[in-house]
Design a protein around this ligand. Structure first.
Ligand code: MN
Ligand code: MN
Length: 321
């Protein structure tokens, strides 16, 4: 493994075929600990589209990522076998239910092989069909970082949009609302329904203003208290960040997280029982400098670091029994 990371250092980062976090591209999930997956789907977007191009651009911007974390000194690629499994292929991109079924099938294969998925969207609707695979056997908790609760009952009569994934996931028993925390919520809505839905379900919602007054450490204490040691999914919507840092997204909301706050929030989740995650809502057509995709790739790396630590701990505890 050590030699491999030295080889890594010798590889030109800007050359070759781009993959997620510069991991090898493989078709078969067997032997893979963490499966990076692109989900190029934005058919459930209410406002500006374009996130179907997210995975390709995050692969491109992955050229800027390296291996050893500057603060924790974790090298996720030494802890785990992490590979790019490519993109979910859609049999009919115009049929939302077929797309969701294609996503769930893809992730069921990954889970059956014993790999943990870390995904790149796509719009936020993709988290629901992913959870159908990841949480098939038991409900999971979630740390959800987003400007929006994504808990609407419907948008324009449609039950399956990027504003509704977690409402559906709770209804199907995939997500345990009592073990779910939403951080960074803000921005005016035309109805209070999506906020009330979270609170009524028992989700702990930390609006942006509460986050600002609590600070990072107290917010992390609250996140750890809420999710506990049960299986926990991490969902990171790029619009949790202030559009100053991440303008290339469909539903920007000012007054958001800084990149350094978002990184600290993710790092602080180390030690939880993490079973998967995603980075969603990067929309390259609205990202003229490419910086939003760079932020997406870097947040993907941050999540990979804590996920690799969790997966490696799980593996060694299994070995010791
Ligand atoms: Mn979202
Ligand atoms: Mn959002």
């Amino acid at each position: 493994m050590k030699e491999e990371s030295n080889l890594e250092a010798a590889r030109l980062r800007y050359a070759g075929v781009a993959t997620l976090l510069r991991r090898p591209l493989v078709n078969d999930p067997s032997g893979v600990d963490i499966a990076l997956v692109g989900v190029p789907y934005d058919g459930a977007t209410e406002n500006r589209p374009g996130t179907r191009h997210g995975p390709r651009e995050i692969r491109n911007m992955s050229s800027f990522t390296r291996s050893i974390h500057h603060l924790t000194r974790v090298n996720p690629y030494e802890l785990c076998n992490i590979a790019d499994l490519g993109d979910v292929n859609f049999s009919n991109p115009f049929d939302l239910q077929r797309c969701f079924a294609d996503i769930t099938d893809f992730y069921c294969k990954i889970c059956a092989a014993g790999a943990v998925p870390l995904s790149v969207g796509g719009d936020h609707s993709i988290s629901f069909p992913i959870l159908r695979a990841v949480a098939a056997e038991r409900p999971v908790g979630m740390v959800h970082i987003d400007a929006h609760t994504d808990m609407s009952d419907h948008e324009f009569g449609h039950k399956f949009t990027h504003g509704t994934p977690f409402r559906r996931a709770i209804e199907e028993g995939l997500l345990d609302p009592k073990r779910t925390i939403q951080i960074g919520v803000r921005g005016a809505q035309n109805s209070e329904e999506s906020w009330h839905a979270s609170e009524d379900a028992g989700i702990r919602v930390i609006y942006m203003e509460e986050f600002t007054s609590l600070g990072i450490e107290a917010t992390l204490d609250e996140a750890r208290r809420v999710v506990g040691q049960g299986p926990t999914y991490v969902s990171f919507d790029i619009d949790s960040l202030d559009p100053v840092f991440a303008p290339g997204t469909g539903t920007p909301e000012i007054g958001g997280l800084t990149t350094i706050q978002a990184q600290a929030l993710i790092r602080g989740l180390a030690g939880l029982n993490l079973i998967g995650g995603d980075v969603v809502e990067v929309s390259p057509p609205f990202d003229p400098t490419g910086n939003t995709a760079l932020v997406g790739a870097t947040m993907l790396y941050e999540i990979a670091c804590i996920l690799a630590d969790a997966v490696a701990r799980e593996k060694s505890s299994r070995k010791n029994v």
